[in-house]
Design a protein around this ligand. Structure first.
Ligand SMILES: [Zn+2]
Ligand SMILES: [Zn+2]
Length: 339
Protein backbone atom coordinates (compact mmCIF):
# COMPACT_ATOMS: atom_id res chain seq x y z
CA UNK A 1 0.00 0.00 0.00
CA UNK A 2 1.25 3.42 -0.81
CA UNK A 3 -0.04 6.89 -0.31
CA UNK A 4 -1.98 8.33 -3.19
CA UNK A 5 -5.11 6.24 -3.08
CA UNK A 6 -3.91 3.33 -5.19
CA UNK A 7 -5.86 0.92 -3.00
CA UNK A 8 -4.26 -2.48 -2.78
CA UNK A 9 -2.90 -2.17 -6.29
CA UNK A 10 0.86 -2.42 -6.60
CA UNK A 11 2.41 0.82 -7.70
CA UNK A 12 5.51 1.36 -9.70
CA UNK A 13 7.70 4.43 -9.21
CA UNK A 14 8.48 6.48 -12.31
CA UNK A 15 11.48 5.01 -14.06
CA UNK A 16 13.78 6.29 -16.80
CA UNK A 17 14.58 3.60 -19.32
CA UNK A 18 17.13 3.72 -22.09
CA UNK A 19 16.46 2.14 -25.45
CA UNK A 20 19.70 0.53 -26.64
CA UNK A 21 18.67 0.62 -30.30
CA UNK A 22 17.73 4.28 -30.73
CA UNK A 23 19.68 5.66 -27.78
CA UNK A 24 16.41 7.32 -26.71
CA UNK A 25 15.23 7.73 -23.12
CA UNK A 26 11.67 6.99 -22.05
CA UNK A 27 10.02 7.92 -18.78
CA UNK A 28 7.80 5.05 -17.68
CA UNK A 29 5.39 6.73 -15.29
CA UNK A 30 2.43 4.48 -14.53
CA UNK A 31 -0.57 6.51 -13.50
CA UNK A 32 -1.50 5.08 -10.12
CA UNK A 33 -5.12 6.05 -10.50
CA UNK A 34 -5.52 3.93 -13.58
CA UNK A 35 -5.06 0.31 -14.48
CA UNK A 36 -3.39 -0.62 -17.80
CA UNK A 37 -6.73 -1.49 -19.31
CA UNK A 38 -8.03 1.96 -18.44
CA UNK A 39 -5.98 3.07 -21.44
CA UNK A 40 -8.66 2.28 -23.89
CA UNK A 41 -9.73 4.03 -26.97
CA UNK A 42 -12.60 6.17 -25.72
CA UNK A 43 -13.61 7.67 -29.03
CA UNK A 44 -16.48 6.29 -31.03
CA UNK A 45 -15.39 4.12 -33.94
CA UNK A 46 -14.59 6.05 -37.05
CA UNK A 47 -17.77 6.89 -38.91
CA UNK A 48 -18.07 4.53 -41.83
CA UNK A 49 -16.64 7.11 -44.21
CA UNK A 50 -18.33 7.87 -47.49
CA UNK A 51 -18.25 4.59 -49.35
CA UNK A 52 -20.16 6.23 -52.19
CA UNK A 53 -17.22 8.49 -53.03
CA UNK A 54 -14.33 6.21 -52.00
CA UNK A 55 -11.66 6.08 -54.73
CA UNK A 56 -10.32 2.79 -53.30
CA UNK A 57 -13.57 0.82 -53.64
CA UNK A 58 -14.01 -1.57 -56.57
CA UNK A 59 -15.61 0.14 -59.56
CA UNK A 60 -13.71 3.40 -59.06
CA UNK A 61 -10.33 2.26 -60.34
CA UNK A 62 -10.32 5.17 -62.80
CA UNK A 63 -10.14 7.60 -59.87
CA UNK A 64 -6.63 6.50 -58.90
CA UNK A 65 -3.46 6.62 -61.03
CA UNK A 66 -2.97 3.43 -63.08
CA UNK A 67 -2.02 0.43 -60.94
CA UNK A 68 1.62 -0.67 -60.80
CA UNK A 69 0.91 -4.03 -59.18
CA UNK A 70 -2.19 -6.04 -58.30
CA UNK A 71 -3.44 -9.45 -57.27
CA UNK A 72 -6.44 -10.04 -59.47
CA UNK A 73 -8.39 -12.85 -61.07
CA UNK A 74 -7.03 -14.20 -64.33
CA UNK A 75 -9.96 -12.92 -66.37
CA UNK A 76 -9.90 -9.38 -64.99
CA UNK A 77 -7.93 -6.60 -66.64
CA UNK A 78 -5.80 -3.91 -64.94
CA UNK A 79 -7.60 -0.91 -63.48
CA UNK A 80 -10.94 -2.69 -63.41
CA UNK A 81 -12.74 -4.62 -60.65
CA UNK A 82 -11.77 -8.21 -59.84
CA UNK A 83 -8.70 -7.48 -57.69
CA UNK A 84 -7.89 -8.61 -54.15
CA UNK A 85 -4.96 -6.25 -53.55
CA UNK A 86 -4.07 -3.23 -55.67
CA UNK A 87 -0.98 -0.97 -55.69
CA UNK A 88 -1.21 2.50 -57.21
CA UNK A 89 1.03 5.56 -57.17
CA UNK A 90 -0.18 8.06 -54.57
CA UNK A 91 -2.35 10.65 -56.27
CA UNK A 92 -0.91 13.32 -53.97
CA UNK A 93 2.67 12.08 -53.56
CA UNK A 94 5.06 13.37 -50.95
CA UNK A 95 7.78 12.40 -53.41
CA UNK A 96 7.84 11.95 -57.16
CA UNK A 97 10.18 9.96 -59.40
CA UNK A 98 12.45 11.92 -61.67
CA UNK A 99 15.83 13.54 -62.11
CA UNK A 100 15.05 16.52 -59.85
CA UNK A 101 16.63 17.13 -56.45
CA UNK A 102 14.10 14.98 -54.62
CA UNK A 103 13.52 11.76 -56.53
CA UNK A 104 11.48 9.10 -54.83
CA UNK A 105 8.31 7.14 -55.08
CA UNK A 106 5.13 7.11 -53.09
CA UNK A 107 2.77 4.19 -53.55
CA UNK A 108 -0.49 3.17 -51.91
CA UNK A 109 -1.40 -0.46 -51.34
CA UNK A 110 -5.17 -0.89 -51.15
CA UNK A 111 -5.34 -3.70 -48.60
CA UNK A 112 -8.52 -5.35 -49.90
CA UNK A 113 -11.66 -4.47 -51.86
CA UNK A 114 -13.53 -4.22 -48.54
CA UNK A 115 -14.14 -0.61 -47.49
CA UNK A 116 -14.00 -1.36 -43.76
CA UNK A 117 -12.16 -4.60 -43.13
CA UNK A 118 -9.05 -3.98 -41.03
CA UNK A 119 -6.03 -6.28 -40.84
CA UNK A 120 -7.38 -7.91 -37.68
CA UNK A 121 -10.39 -9.07 -39.71
CA UNK A 122 -8.72 -10.20 -42.94
CA UNK A 123 -8.41 -13.95 -43.66
CA UNK A 124 -4.91 -15.29 -42.89
CA UNK A 125 -4.10 -15.94 -46.54
CA UNK A 126 -5.16 -12.46 -47.58
CA UNK A 127 -2.89 -10.86 -44.99
CA UNK A 128 -0.14 -13.21 -46.16
CA UNK A 129 -0.67 -12.03 -49.75
CA UNK A 130 -0.49 -8.44 -48.53
CA UNK A 131 2.86 -9.11 -46.84
CA UNK A 132 4.07 -10.78 -50.01
CA UNK A 133 2.99 -7.72 -51.98
CA UNK A 134 5.11 -5.53 -49.68
CA UNK A 135 8.07 -7.84 -50.19
CA UNK A 136 7.61 -7.69 -53.96
CA UNK A 137 7.36 -3.88 -53.98
CA UNK A 138 10.45 -3.67 -51.78
CA UNK A 139 12.40 -5.74 -54.26
CA UNK A 140 11.22 -3.55 -57.15
CA UNK A 141 11.80 -0.20 -55.45
CA UNK A 142 15.15 -1.12 -53.92
CA UNK A 143 16.45 -1.94 -57.38
CA UNK A 144 16.28 1.75 -58.21
CA UNK A 145 19.82 3.02 -57.58
CA UNK A 146 18.46 6.42 -56.46
CA UNK A 147 16.53 4.77 -53.62
CA UNK A 148 18.33 4.58 -50.27
CA UNK A 149 15.47 3.53 -48.05
CA UNK A 150 11.96 2.17 -48.42
CA UNK A 151 9.49 2.96 -45.66
CA UNK A 152 6.35 0.84 -45.47
CA UNK A 153 3.77 2.11 -43.01
CA UNK A 154 0.12 2.04 -42.18
CA UNK A 155 -1.90 4.73 -40.44
CA UNK A 156 -5.00 3.06 -39.09
CA UNK A 157 -7.74 5.52 -38.23
CA UNK A 158 -8.26 9.25 -38.40
CA UNK A 159 -6.17 10.03 -35.31
CA UNK A 160 -3.25 8.16 -36.94
CA UNK A 161 -3.50 10.51 -39.90
CA UNK A 162 -5.38 8.34 -42.38
CA UNK A 163 -7.26 10.59 -44.77
CA UNK A 164 -9.34 7.81 -46.30
CA UNK A 165 -11.37 5.25 -44.37
CA UNK A 166 -10.70 2.39 -46.79
CA UNK A 167 -7.83 0.37 -45.24
CA UNK A 168 -4.59 0.98 -47.08
CA UNK A 169 -0.83 0.94 -46.55
CA UNK A 170 1.75 3.39 -47.89
CA UNK A 171 5.18 2.83 -49.32
CA UNK A 172 7.66 5.67 -49.58
CA UNK A 173 10.96 5.15 -51.36
CA UNK A 174 13.34 7.93 -50.40
CA UNK A 175 16.74 9.06 -51.68
CA UNK A 176 18.28 9.49 -48.21
CA UNK A 177 18.77 6.93 -45.46
CA UNK A 178 16.82 8.15 -42.39
CA UNK A 179 18.79 9.48 -39.47
CA UNK A 180 17.05 7.11 -37.05
CA UNK A 181 18.24 4.09 -39.02
CA UNK A 182 21.79 5.44 -39.20
CA UNK A 183 21.79 6.06 -35.44
CA UNK A 184 20.49 2.57 -34.77
CA UNK A 185 23.14 1.02 -37.00
CA UNK A 186 25.87 2.99 -35.26
CA UNK A 187 24.61 2.02 -31.80
CA UNK A 188 24.49 -1.63 -32.79
CA UNK A 189 27.90 -1.47 -34.39
CA UNK A 190 29.37 -0.06 -31.16
CA UNK A 191 27.66 -2.70 -29.05
CA UNK A 192 28.76 -5.48 -31.38
CA UNK A 193 32.34 -4.24 -31.28
CA UNK A 194 32.27 -4.10 -27.48
CA UNK A 195 30.68 -7.53 -27.06
CA UNK A 196 32.32 -9.15 -30.06
CA UNK A 197 29.48 -11.54 -30.72
CA UNK A 198 27.73 -10.45 -33.91
CA UNK A 199 24.25 -8.93 -34.01
CA UNK A 200 23.29 -7.67 -30.54
CA UNK A 201 19.60 -7.69 -31.48
CA UNK A 202 19.63 -11.46 -32.04
CA UNK A 203 20.71 -11.86 -28.41
CA UNK A 204 18.32 -9.20 -27.13
CA UNK A 205 15.36 -11.00 -28.72
CA UNK A 206 16.20 -14.33 -27.11
CA UNK A 207 16.81 -12.68 -23.75
CA UNK A 208 13.50 -10.81 -23.89
CA UNK A 209 11.64 -13.89 -25.11
CA UNK A 210 12.39 -15.50 -21.74
CA UNK A 211 11.13 -12.55 -19.71
CA UNK A 212 8.04 -10.60 -18.66
CA UNK A 213 7.80 -8.47 -21.82
CA UNK A 214 7.14 -11.43 -24.11
CA UNK A 215 3.72 -11.26 -25.77
CA UNK A 216 3.94 -14.14 -28.20
CA UNK A 217 6.56 -16.54 -29.49
CA UNK A 218 6.89 -19.13 -32.23
CA UNK A 219 9.99 -20.67 -33.82
CA UNK A 220 10.24 -17.84 -36.38
CA UNK A 221 9.03 -14.65 -34.69
CA UNK A 222 8.88 -13.00 -31.29
CA UNK A 223 6.36 -10.31 -30.34
CA UNK A 224 7.63 -8.18 -27.47
CA UNK A 225 6.67 -5.12 -25.49
CA UNK A 226 9.89 -3.09 -25.75
CA UNK A 227 11.71 -2.43 -22.46
CA UNK A 228 11.63 1.30 -23.28
CA UNK A 229 8.16 1.40 -24.90
CA UNK A 230 7.20 4.95 -25.89
CA UNK A 231 3.49 4.22 -26.04
CA UNK A 232 0.95 2.15 -24.09
CA UNK A 233 0.73 -1.32 -25.68
CA UNK A 234 3.61 -0.69 -28.08
CA UNK A 235 4.44 -4.00 -29.80
CA UNK A 236 7.56 -4.97 -31.74
CA UNK A 237 7.58 -8.09 -33.88
CA UNK A 238 11.04 -9.49 -34.65
CA UNK A 239 12.22 -12.34 -36.87
CA UNK A 240 14.28 -14.71 -34.71
CA UNK A 241 16.52 -15.57 -37.65
CA UNK A 242 18.86 -12.67 -38.34
CA UNK A 243 17.85 -10.61 -41.37
CA UNK A 244 18.52 -6.95 -42.14
CA UNK A 245 15.58 -6.50 -44.48
CA UNK A 246 12.01 -7.72 -44.67
CA UNK A 247 12.72 -8.68 -48.27
CA UNK A 248 14.68 -11.67 -46.93
CA UNK A 249 11.54 -13.17 -45.36
CA UNK A 250 10.82 -16.65 -46.74
CA UNK A 251 7.57 -18.05 -48.16
CA UNK A 252 6.61 -20.11 -45.13
CA UNK A 253 7.46 -17.25 -42.77
CA UNK A 254 5.02 -14.89 -44.51
CA UNK A 255 2.01 -16.97 -43.48
CA UNK A 256 3.33 -17.43 -39.94
CA UNK A 257 3.86 -13.68 -39.67
CA UNK A 258 0.40 -12.95 -41.09
CA UNK A 259 -1.24 -15.21 -38.49
CA UNK A 260 0.78 -13.65 -35.70
CA UNK A 261 -0.04 -10.08 -36.75
CA UNK A 262 -3.70 -10.84 -37.03
CA UNK A 263 -3.71 -12.41 -33.60
CA UNK A 264 -1.77 -9.51 -32.06
CA UNK A 265 -4.08 -6.89 -33.57
CA UNK A 266 -7.06 -8.84 -32.23
CA UNK A 267 -5.46 -8.87 -28.77
CA UNK A 268 -4.74 -5.15 -28.99
CA UNK A 269 -8.35 -4.52 -29.90
CA UNK A 270 -9.56 -6.58 -26.94
CA UNK A 271 -7.13 -5.04 -24.44
CA UNK A 272 -7.30 -1.43 -25.55
CA UNK A 273 -10.66 -0.91 -27.24
CA UNK A 274 -9.72 -0.93 -30.93
CA UNK A 275 -7.31 2.00 -30.85
CA UNK A 276 -5.97 3.73 -33.92
CA UNK A 277 -2.35 2.85 -34.56
CA UNK A 278 0.68 3.29 -36.73
CA UNK A 279 2.22 0.10 -38.02
CA UNK A 280 5.64 0.41 -39.57
CA UNK A 281 8.55 -1.55 -40.85
CA UNK A 282 12.09 -0.72 -39.76
CA UNK A 283 14.94 -2.27 -41.66
CA UNK A 284 18.31 -1.67 -43.22
CA UNK A 285 18.93 0.66 -46.14
CA UNK A 286 18.41 -0.83 -49.56
CA UNK A 287 20.99 -3.39 -50.64
CA UNK A 288 22.39 -1.58 -53.61
CA UNK A 289 22.74 1.73 -51.90
CA UNK A 290 26.26 2.88 -51.65
CA UNK A 291 29.15 2.76 -49.27
CA UNK A 292 27.23 2.02 -46.09
CA UNK A 293 25.88 -1.30 -47.29
CA UNK A 294 29.04 -2.20 -49.19
CA UNK A 295 31.01 -1.78 -45.98
CA UNK A 296 28.93 -4.60 -44.53
CA UNK A 297 27.12 -2.41 -42.04
CA UNK A 298 23.82 -3.94 -43.01
CA UNK A 299 24.80 -6.72 -40.66
CA UNK A 300 24.20 -4.37 -37.76
CA UNK A 301 20.51 -3.92 -38.25
CA UNK A 302 17.79 -6.47 -37.68
CA UNK A 303 14.41 -5.73 -39.20
CA UNK A 304 11.21 -5.42 -37.17
CA UNK A 305 7.59 -4.38 -37.36
CA UNK A 306 6.41 -1.81 -34.86
CA UNK A 307 2.78 -1.37 -33.81
CA UNK A 308 2.35 2.02 -32.15
CA UNK A 309 -1.15 2.44 -30.67
CA UNK A 310 -2.48 5.97 -30.22
CA UNK A 311 -3.82 6.02 -26.68
CA UNK A 312 -1.90 8.80 -24.95
CA UNK A 313 -1.16 12.21 -26.42
CA UNK A 314 2.35 13.14 -27.53
CA UNK A 315 2.70 16.53 -25.87
CA UNK A 316 5.08 19.44 -25.37
CA UNK A 317 7.49 17.55 -23.14
CA UNK A 318 8.06 14.89 -25.78
CA UNK A 319 8.46 17.43 -28.58
CA UNK A 320 10.81 19.50 -26.47
CA UNK A 321 13.04 16.77 -25.08
CA UNK A 322 12.61 13.79 -27.39
CA UNK A 323 11.89 11.79 -24.22
CA UNK A 324 8.51 10.07 -24.29
CA UNK A 325 6.35 9.61 -21.21
CA UNK A 326 4.57 6.28 -21.19
CA UNK A 327 1.86 5.87 -18.54
CA UNK A 328 1.66 2.07 -18.91
CA UNK A 329 4.39 -0.25 -17.68
CA UNK A 330 5.52 -2.39 -20.66
CA UNK A 331 5.41 -5.50 -18.44
CA UNK A 332 1.76 -4.77 -17.61
CA UNK A 333 0.96 -4.15 -21.28
CA UNK A 334 2.57 -7.48 -22.22
CA UNK A 335 0.57 -9.28 -19.54
CA UNK A 336 -2.68 -7.68 -20.76
CA UNK A 337 -1.88 -8.59 -24.37
CA UNK A 338 -1.00 -12.16 -23.43
CA UNK A 339 -4.45 -12.30 -21.86
ZN1 LIG B 1 -13.72 2.17 -50.11
ZN1 LIG C 1 20.21 -10.06 -35.62
Amino acid sequence: MTAGGGGSRKTHPPELRHDPLSGRWVLIAPDRARRPNDYRNGRPAWAAGPRASCPFCPGREAETPAEVDALRGQTSVPDSPGWRIRVVPNKYPALVPGPGPSPGRHEVVIDSPDHEREWADLPDDHLRDLLETFRRRLRVLENDPAVRYVQIFKNKGASAGASLRHPHTQILAVPEGPRQIRDEMENLERTAAAEGEGCPVCRLIEREAAGPRLIQLNPDFAALAPYASRFPYEIHVWPRRHAASFRETGEAELLILARMLKDLLGRLRAAAGDPDYHLLLRQGPSAGSGAESRAGRRGFIHWRLEILPILAAVAGFEWGTGCFINPVLPESAAAALRG
